[in-house]
Design a protein around this ligand. Structure first.
Ligand code: NMX
Ligand code: MLT
Length: 482
């Protein structure tokens, strides 16, 4: 039997005893973005969500009543063959991507999140727990709320033995993302959602069970990731979990690191990779599989299988592999714009993409790249690989623009993350996408809770064959043109 979430009932105590140092109250006094924090500082996550869901259900009804029959987007034949690029055909509440400005989490840009979301120290990076609260509720959390959520996640973090046994028995020749996905599926035995659905739970209650599973899943992912890491690269010697720590620090300790600066990087990392609106492969896979009322474990594992592709999350692994190849090709020469331009052309001419550059939606430098660059400028300005990345920022967009194929020559999030991880000692590139996956749980599972709250139906877009297009469109056009 599962135990009901303490969040369901818990009111939050005063933050005065919190070990966390909170920057937000000071900063927020005069900020107009600061919407509803003060009024709800003592409400529980589930209370707030319950209220928001009620409001949102009404809002969606009103919107559908007002404009339900209007066209949101249309789809050309090229778009149907072209990965449905830019076709507006779904709603997704937790984040929105602007092609020029980049991602906003519930309306807040990354710099705004860095300012407003509670961190562990003055001027520090946001806690991923803070972002999770924001994504779920749409509100900047109070100090007490983040601390309570941290405690709640810690209380759910222990892995069942059968999950450890399964992870310890898979061959380490399996890619870490495949191991990670297996670990997630193995936890499915604890799905409250699946049990309650089988017992006949009504549709309007499903979000509560989805929330239960999502919180448990998010809480346990650091340990799943760390077991994969320690098994694959450290002979299976596992580290003890410290449940007093925040999610990011718990993860780095479980991986075997003891470095407060690396903990700060991990807070930033887990925050910025969390969500990227609804159409990217991982988010859309979670949404799609979840729409069949598959439970959050099944849905999230599907998302991770998509994240593991080289055009999506695996690009972070490929970027560092490529950077090290570039370094090798330089053969001891200092990198210059000239020799890097030549190497970029060699990559393109051999039929490969330059990993970490380009994007399906973005048309400028990814703000997730920019904030990582700022972190590097502050903490590792003299690192050799960072300097190479910096110089490539001046070279690659020019080369890609000259080649003339790409819609966006600018760097994305993956162009930078491996350099930072490597600097702090995570040199095993094949592990990088797992860290992306731990973070992506925050956004995709928050969104899944909302999918169930809004009662979104099973996804089933209509497909057509090329023959159908010929018979219904090509021939019709030929008739018109005589
Ligand atoms: N290097 C070389 N060619 C590229 C690149 C690149 N970085 N980006 C796009 N192209 C090519 C692309 O392969 C396509 O070629 P073709 O017509 O021969 O098929 C052409 O440019 C047009 O593609 P776009 O419309 O610019 O990009 P699309 O929306 O199809 O794909 C990506 C977006 C991200 C898949 C693509 O830019 C890419 O492959 N980038 C490198 C891999 C990468 O960094 N992925 C990570 C994305 C972020 N994430 O974490 O998921
Ligand atoms: C992501 O973070 O999901 C990537 O940038 C890919 C995307 O948004 O399409």
């Amino acid at each position: 039997m599962y135990t009901l979430s303490r969040l369901a009932w818990k009111k939050f105590p005063s933050a005065s005893a919190s070990p966390l140092v909170w920057k937000q109250q000071e900063q927020l006094k005069n900020v107009s973005l600061f919407r509803s924090l003060q009024s709800s500082a003592n409400a529980s996550l589930k209370e707030i969500l319950g209220e928001k869901i009620q409001e949102m259900r009404e809002e969606v009804q009103e919107v559908r009543h007002a404009v339900g029959s209007q066209v949101l987007g249309s789809c050309t034949v090229d778009q149907a063959y072209g990965g449905m690029r830019s076709v507006k055909s779904m709603t997704y509440e937790t984040s929105l991507l602007d092609p020029n400005e980049g991602i906003r989490f519930r309306g807040y840009s990354i710099p705004e999140c860095q300012k407003l979301l509670p961190g562990i120290k003055q001027g520090g990076e946001p806690l991923p727990e803070s972002l999770l609260w924001l994504l779920l509720t749409g509100e900047i959390p109070s100090v007490q709320q983040v601390e309570a959520l941290r405690e709640e996640l810690s209380s759910r973090a222990n892995l069942p033995d059968h999950v450890k046994k399964t992870l310890n028995s898979v061959p380490i020749s399996l890619h870490p993302m495949a191991q990670f996905s297996i670990g997630i599926l193995t936890m499915q035995s604890d799905s409250v959602f699946a049990k309650e659905y089988a017992r006949g739970a009504p549709k309007n209650k499903l979000w509560e069970y989805c929330l239960e599973d999502s919180l448990t899943l998010i809480a346990r992912l650091p340990q799943v990731a760390a077991i994969v890491y320690r098994n694959t690269y450290h002979q299976g010697k596992q580290m003890e979990a410290d449940l007093k720590l925040d999610m990011a620090a718990r993860l780095t300790k479980l991986m075997g690191f003891q470095n407060p600066e690396f903990d700060e990087l991990m807070r930033l990392y887990l925050t910025i990779h969390a969500d990227h609106e609804g159409g990217n492969v991982s988010a859309h896979s979670v949404r799609l599989v979840g729409s069949a009322l598959s439970d959050p474990y099944l849905a999230f594992s599907a998302g991770m299988n998509g994240l593991a592709g080289p055009l999506h999350g695996l690009a972070n692994q490929n970027v560092l592999t490529w950077l090290l190849q570039v370094k090798e090709k330089l053969g001891g020469q200092s990198p210059t714009k000239e020799n890097l331009t030549k190497i970029c052309w060699e990559t393109l001419n051999s039929g490969n993409v330059i990993p970490g550059f380009g994007h399906a939606v973005l048309r400028r430098t990814d703000p997730r790249y920019t904030c990582q660059r700022e972190f590097a400028l502050k903490h590792l300005p003299n690192d050799e690989i960072f300097q190479l990345v910096s110089l490539l920022y001046e070279v690659v967009p020019k080369v890609l623009a000259e080649q003339g194929k790409v819609s966006n020559p600018w760097p994305n999030v993956d162009a930078h993350s491996g350099t930072l991880l490597r600097y702090y000692g995570v040199k095993e590139m094949t592990f990088y996408t797992v860290l992306f996956g731990v973070s992506r749980a925050l956004g995709t599972l928050s969104s899944l809770v909302w999918d169930r709250a809004l009662g979104l139906p099973i996804e089933r877009p209509k497909s057509v064959t090329t023959r159908w297009i010929k018979e219904n469109m090509v021939q019709a056009q030929q008739k018109v043109s005589g």
